[in-house]
Design a protein around this ligand. Structure first.
Ligand code: DAH
Length: 368
């Protein structure tokens, strides 16, 4: 091994170089690198220290003291510098994370708005209020009889399976979370005013409300959703009145001239019954059989399924205490989520319940 150069001058030079490097370090990371260079295993001072043993006796002692003092000096300077830089970095970080509770502008409270579903239910109901209809309400925790039996859905109707309906206290009190807003039809017919007198006929009511099914939670199903129900009971009511009402609703919701179509179907509570389709308000049918101009809104079918409707089954009128010799009626029901989906282009129903304000903001500033 070479005789190490441990004269006073060269040790002082090593110390000076180390001190200069430590002082030049602007961050703790840079200081760490400088420490490795000047005090690490491969630093000249440390290597020299290891070689002290090879020096002749009298020189060894002096050199040992010099190197020991030099290391102590460098360690001290490095330690002090580290304290300084670490403090500065902590300060920086705290400043960056600081919350200034006295700063008014950036925390100015914004006024909330109704959820898009709530807003749409109000909008739908308004169309009917403008025609002089009433808003009817019913409980979400509903009597099984109102939800099924009174609507001509017998004890064996498949919708009454526990796989579809959420039963609450089925043995004692026969309650369900209502699976549709149709029981409000019965409640409207049976309802009394404050004197206890039955509601007078005719009846023109809509009921927007929350409904529940033992459904999957996916892009097109959520277990708690919303419907808009309509019921008219009057003299001489025909399917024509139903069609005219729905055309009007479609025009207000989707634009003047958007038509509806009713297509034969089956519901226990209406006879005849129909599916209610909405003319595609984007392509107005132009995409049908025209592969060059496909329409995503209606899948190039020209029509969109919107809900169900029909002439109220006399059994339902009878359950509501209405004289079927004198009165007839029509009813309809549609999904509010569906309406929002194709009117505002919301693609995934789960977004409607997840409570992310960005969804609501996008819809408010969205398609309409
Ligand atoms: N209650 C039906 C459902 O949830 C929708 C419905 C269909 C309501 C026909 C009606 C109607 O009033 O006449 O699927």
């Amino acid at each position: 091994m070479d005789t190490p150069d441990l004269t006073e001058a060269s040790v002082a030079a090593l110390v000076a170089a180390g001190v200069a490097a430590f002082e030049a370090a602007a961050t703790t990371a840079e200081l760490k690198a400088a420490r490795i260079a000047h005090l690490g295993d491969k630093a000249p001072l440390i290597l020299a220290n290891r070689a002290i043993g090879s020096l002749p006796g009298p020189e060894r002692k002096d050199a040992g003291q010099r190197v020991g003092a030099a290391r102590a000096e460098l360690n001290k300077v490095c330690e002090e510098r580290h304290q300084l830089l670490a403090d500065a970095e902590l300060h920086e970080r705290l400043l960056a994370e600081r919350v200034d509770v006295t700063e008014p502008d950036s925390y100015f409270p914004t006024v909330g708005e109704p959820h898009p579903i709530t807003a749409l239910m109000d909008e739908l109901a308004d169309v009917f209020v403008a025609m002089g209809w009433e808003i009817a309400e019913g409980p979400e925790l509903e009597a099984e009889w109102m939800n099924f039996d009174a609507l001509n859905m017998g004890p064996n109707h498949p919708a009454r399976a526990t796989s579809d309906t959420l039963f609450i206290d089925p043995i004692e009190n026969h309650l369900v979370l209502r699976t549709h807003t149709s029981p409000v039809q019965i409640r409207a017919m049976l309802s009394c005013d404050y004197t206890g007198r039955r509601r007078e006929l005719p009846i023109y009511v809509v009921c927007p409300g929350t409904t529940f099914r033992a459904d999957e939670f996916d892009a097109t199903h959520v277990p708690a959703f919303h419907q808009l129900e309509g019921l008219v009971v009057d003299k001489g009511i025909t399917l024509g009145h139903l069609k005219g009402t729905l055309d009007h609703l479609a025009a207000v919701m989707f634009g003047e001239g958007v038509r509806t179509r009713i297509r034969p179907s089956y519901f226990p509570f209406t006879e005849p019954s129909a599916e209610l389709d909405l003319e595609c308000f984007v392509c107005h049918g132009a995409s049908v059989g025209n592969p060059d101009a496909p329409c995503r809104t209606c899948n190039s079918e020209g029509w969109i399924e919107w809900g169900g409707c029909g002439v109220v089954n006399p059994r339902v009128l009878a359950a509501g205490g209405v004289d079927t010799e004198i009165y007839s009626g029509f009813a309809f029901g549609m999904g509010v989520e569906r309406t929002l989906m194709f009117r505002n282009g919301a693609a995934d129903m789960r977004d409607m319940v997840e409570g992310d304000i960005r969804f609501s903001q996008a819809l408010v500033g969205g398609a309409r």
